[in-house]
Design a protein around this ligand. Structure first.
Ligand code: MG
Length: 397
């Protein structure tokens, strides 16, 4: 029996993970839940799963959830926590073997490091943790002998393709990208993109931030950085190919030119179950992939001029040190502003580029610990927020 803690249980990945556990009651059990602000969804999950520990983002949400839980469920919960301390507590519980990190943003960084320190297996669905702290996290995992299992569909695919291969056999990694809803659009048309249009993703149903990141191709950029840390492959040996059908989840090219791909239905329950069952393979509850129904699988070069976020991510990764932290933070500010109608779609890469350039002028650093990372992250948020205010006053003036 694998006992699981979920960080971000009410989000899209969290809910899929609960569904996967539900199909394997004899093998998997969820013992600890951490959620953000969705009290109703958390209460529903807890009533059904009866965890021993619950954490919510805020104290108010925790109090509300506690009051709504049936007394017999509530009695079984021995730990009630909130905030970042709550995430660390949930991730390090003695009755937890595997931690699924499915919360969005950077809040879970400390919790993931604490879970590694506590020797837990990590299933990682969150990109920001590796983008910000890839070196720290992978070094800690190596030192502790902890397994890092990628849940992001592309990295999960590459993990499957690389299974037991020698690093020297691998020539390059090829990440597939759906291309988002604006594939083939001209830069002029992209200037008129609305948040509503950006939020309608053609193949995957995901949270708002990551859906916008898919539309700008920043999601793929962050995934290139993620792949670099997970598989210890240099950025110039990681390629991106647009594949609108999202059937091939990613590929690995071997030394002799042979290419290994992983294919499957577009449902996150597949990579989640892989991470939960690894190194075993279990029967799943998903429909099999119907190749004849797919008919056509297309592949294109990404349009780097129309979607500059991808190039910015490569630039930040190649520059290394604290640049990926700035890339991620400036992108967070830019996407939030875009969703609020305060920044245009092309304004997103423009803002990120200014933040990277300012960081270069002010002096990048090699972060030694979480405090260093948080410091750079804070600087980049402030810089981007300040730039944004400048952009807005220019538009209003
Ligand atoms: Mg992905």
């Amino acid at each position: 029996m694998t006992r699981i803690a979920i960080l971000g249980s009410t989000g899209s990945i969290g809910r899929s993970a609960v569904a996967v556990v539900g199909t394997h009651p004899g093998r998997l059990r969820i013992t600890a839940l951490a959620a953000g602000r969705n009290v109703r969804a958390l209460v529903e999950q807890a009533a059904h799963l009866s965890p021993t520990a619950i954490s919510m983002a805020s104290e108010a949400a925790l109090v509300e959830a506690r009051a709504l839980l049936p007394p017999e469920v509530s009695k079984a919960v021995s730990v009630w926590e909130h905030g970042s301390r709550g995430l660390v507590e949930i991730a390090t519980r003695p009755d937890v073997d595997l931690v699924l990190c499915a919360s969005s943003g950077t809040a879970a960084l400390e919790a993931v490091l604490a879970a590694i320190e506590a020797g837990k297996t990590i299933a990682l669905a969150n990109k920001e943790v590796l983008v910000m702290a890839g070196e720290l996290v992978t070094r800690a995992a190596r030192q502790k002998g902890v397994t890092l299992l990628p849940v992001d569909s592309e990295h999960n695919a590459i993990h499957q393709c690389l299974h037991r291969r020698e690093p020297a056999e691998v020539r390059r990694l090829i990440l597939t990208a759906s291309g988002g809803p604006f594939r083939g659009w001209s830069p002029e048309a992209l200037g008129r993109v609305t948040p509503e249009a950006a939020l309608s993703h053609p193949t995957w149903k995901m949270g708002r931030k990551i859906t916008v990141d898919s539309a700008t191709l920043m999601n793929k950029g962050l995934e290139v950085i993620e792949a670099h840390w997970l598989f210890d492959v240099a950025p110039d040996r990681i390629d991106v190919v647009i594949h609108p059908q999202s059937v091939v989840h990613s590929l690995v090219e071997l030394r002799d030119g042979s290419v290994i791909a992983q294919l499957g239905v577009t449902d996150m329950r597949l990579p989640i179950q892989y991470a939960f069952s690894y190194p075993e393979r279990w029967e799943g509850a998903l429909p099999t992939l119907d190749l004849a129904a797919c008919r056509t699988l297309e592949f294109f070069e990404p349009d780097r001029a129309a979607f500059p976020c991808l190039g910015l991510a490569y630039r930040a990764m190649t520059a290394g040190r604290s640049f990926p932290i700035v890339l991620n933070a400036a992108n967070e500010v830019a996407v939030a502003a875009f969703l609020d109608g305060r920044l245009s779609f092309p304004g997103i890469p423009a803002l990120i580029e200014r933040a990277l350039e300012a960081h270069d002028r002010e002096g990048a650093c090699a972060p030694r610990d979480v405090a260093d990372i948080r410091h750079v992250d804070g600087w980049a948020h402030r810089f981007a927020g300040h730039e944004l205010a400048g952009v807005e006053s220019k538009i209003q003036g």
